[in-house]
Design a binder for this molecule. Sequence first.
Ligand SMILES: O=C(O)CCC(=O)C(=O)O
Ligand SMILES: [Fe+2]
Length: 284
Amino acid sequence: MFDKIRNKVLGLFSESGYWWSRVAHAKKLPEVSASDRSIINGLKKEGAYITSLEELGLSSTPFLLQASRKCLQLMTAAGWSVQTEPQICTVTDMLEFSSWGKENRLLKIAENYLGLPVKFQGVHLRRDFPSSKQCGIQRWHWDIEDRRVVKIIVYLNDVDEKTGPFEYIPRNLTSGWSWRRWQITRAAKRPGVFGIADEELTSIIPKSAWRKCIGPAGTVIFVDTASVLHHGTLRTKERSALFFVYTAAIPKRPEECEQYSDLTYQRPDRLVAEPIVNICKPTV
Ligand SMILES: O=C(O)CCC(=O)C(=O)O
Ligand SMILES: [Fe+2]
């Protein structure tokens, strides 16, 4: 009982510190162009914004794509026996990926949205395989690394309904205090059960409100995965994608951010020399 009260009080202190920091930082937010402002507004209003590598027009993109192709070849050559789980590699300390992730424009977009100094946590390269049963991050969930998390998902192959697109619920449908929000939170936080299955969510939010992000190779999704309910969908075709992660410089749960730069997931160029079995650790 005492622990519960103490944790509540500490939680309140931490939340008010967070809001004060945002107020103090509001005047220091960097300027962005009108097109980048649309991305920030999309994140604020909808929780997500879809664009493309071409539209972003970053000079480091050709290097990113070339390195992604090479790494995917290495991942394919190394093989992956657990097809029910994604093959994940951490590519954060490879220059082609970190240079793209640390592009000034992207950092400024993330900082404006987060409202605080930003930290680029890292990037995962992922191959997701055909699956027919929703498990892990294919169940609906919120990510928990921080109060707000900007993820930039880059599709490396064409993604249609069959390729298991990223899917989310627009933020206005789950934000604030509502019966719907209470039902979802209760379902999402059941002890020992990760996330919510499609059938369960349909009874709370109709399928017509779910947003599937389909698009050709090079599609880029900016999304706050801590604020919008989301998941990866079932697929009959393989999908490859990059997941860049940004949080506040002092995130709420730093330990959850380590997976983007530590050895939880192997680097692609070390896969063949030192194969390890990746741990299926959902990014929640
Ligand atoms: O596989 C997907 O599309 C969803 C991944 C996910 O849940 C995340 O990146 O936070
Ligand atoms: Fe997630």
